[in-house]
Design a protein around this ligand. Structure first.
Ligand code: KIV
Ligand code: NA
Length: 277
């Protein structure tokens, strides 16, 4: 299939076709997503938790993100791919934000970038957009500032918090973002924002009434064992499959059931005497 453009996502919003979106951090997962007909991939800094074993996303570096973005691009050459700007890559200044956003495009062939925050990052969104780069906003539960939120907690459930998020959503659009991701906010608020904004509005844990869904591959595949958010639907249990396979291998080797004659390369005929001691 031909790779989508920003305009395809606008058209999908207008026509009510939901966009399907998954995180991927490696070549095989990206390739499987493309083979499955996914609309887009986020190379999320959730790689820190799912893949690298950190407690949160804060430690993830630009270098780690770029390595995984490149692997994803090789696995999914025809998919819309978004690079997730890690903590520290856009907090200090607009200039830093632009320099790092450029790296996602030049060094990892990403189609766009995402950064967390509402009004407080609007000058960053504008600066990156002015550099000619597509930016996706991300508000609600923002894991990079989970310390300030008091943990991985749903947002926008009380009137004051909901009003703040609406202001943030409008500000992100006005700053030039081409799309907005809402994380862990009530579906009532999601619906309001998705109708209010012209840009596509996507949900992770923010309910159905919007323009598409994102899910974390490690959560939906059952790869991430530390905890499972309420908003996840588990479609597979890869951890169970892997552990079962590893156990069987361990037993096979211990008991001499692997390798067998099927798994080896024998010497050429007539060479037997070379191995007589
Ligand atoms: O890094 C990520 O996967 C994300 C989602 C949690 C939205 O940013
Ligand atoms: Na992220």
């Amino acid at each position: 299939a031909k790779k989508k453009t920003r305009l395809d996502f606008v058209k999908m919003k207008r026509e009510g076709e939901k966009a399907t979106w998954i995180t991927a951090y490696d070549f095989p997962t990206a390739s499987f997503a493309q083979q499955a007909g996914m609309d887009m991939i986020l190379v999320g800094d959730s790689m820190g938790m799912v893949l690298l074993g950190y407690d949160g996303t804060v430690p993830v570096t630009m270098e780690e993100c770029l390595i995984h973005c490149r692997a994803v691009r090789r696995g999914a050459p025809d998919l819309w791919c978004m690079g997730d700007m890690p903590f520290g890559s856009y907090q200090v200044s607009d200039e830093d934000a632009v320099i790092n956003a450029i790296r996602f495009l030049k060094e990892a062939d990403m189609d766009c970038v995402k950064l967390e925050g509402g009004r407080r990052v609007c000058s960053r969104i504008k600066a990156i957009t002015d550099a000619g780069i597509l930016v996706c906003g991300h508000i609600g539960l923002t894991p990079q500032s989970s310390g300030q939120l008091g943990g991985f907690k749903a947002q926008g459930r009380d009137p004051e918090s909901a009003r703040e998020l609406i202001k943030d959503a409008i500000a992100v659009q006005d700053a030039g973002a081409y799309a907005l991701l809402l994380e862990a906010v009530p579906p009532e608020l999601t619906e309001f924002i998705a109708k209010k904004l012209e840009i596509p509005v996507y949900s992770i844990g923010a309910g159905a009434p919007c323009d598409g869904q994102l899910i974390i591959c490690g959560d939906m595949l059952g790869l991430f064992q530390a905890f499972t958010p309420k908003f996840v639907k588990k479609y597979a249990n890869v951890a169970e499959v892997e552990i079962a396979a590893f156990k069987e291998y361990v037993q096979d080797v211990k008991k001499g059931r692997f390798p067998t004659d099927d798994h080896v390369y024998h010497i050429h005929e007539g060479m037997e005497e070379e191995f007589q001691s």
